[in-house]
Ligand binder design. Sequence first.
Ligand code: 5GP
Ligand code: ZN
Length: 148
Amino acid sequence: MPQFTDTSAPGTCIFCRLIAGEIPSAQVYEDAQTVAFMDIGQVTQGHVLVATRRHVPTLLDATPEEAAALMRTAQRVALAARAAFDPAGVMLLQANGAVAGQTVAHLHLHVVPRHAGDGIDFTWPRKNPPASVLEDTAAQLRAALAAR
Ligand code: 5GP
Ligand code: ZN
């Protein structure tokens, strides 16, 4: 079980320190709101992290502009990966909170190029509830969206 890096104080956050240049990283891209750099652990060739420049623990804490900027940068990086490595596809992965598997509490999106035969299998146990349960859940989400 990876240890959750609680980084409530920006000064102690590994990604904040990396963005500030205090920790070396292989940077790929930066703009006003986001920074993209190589993950030190490469799941596949070209595995990049796209992070918010500001210290935001999870997507749930980001502004709408930061959320949009994160995706825009991920697309730029994915397009660059396509040009550079010609992958078969690209996965975008993101976890919110320790229970969800987040290990660094600074919002980031993983851009993971997929190559034919790379053998990565992302599976987890699924339940297949009846359609009525799906419709009830959808209605709850629609209501929550409308209430915002
Ligand atoms: P998470 O598990 O939070 O979704 O992803 C955290 C990622 O940060 C991991 O994939 C890990 O390899 C990467 N990481 C952790 N420390 C460093 C570091 O010091 N430099 C870089 N470039 N990546 C890091
Ligand atoms: Zn941070």
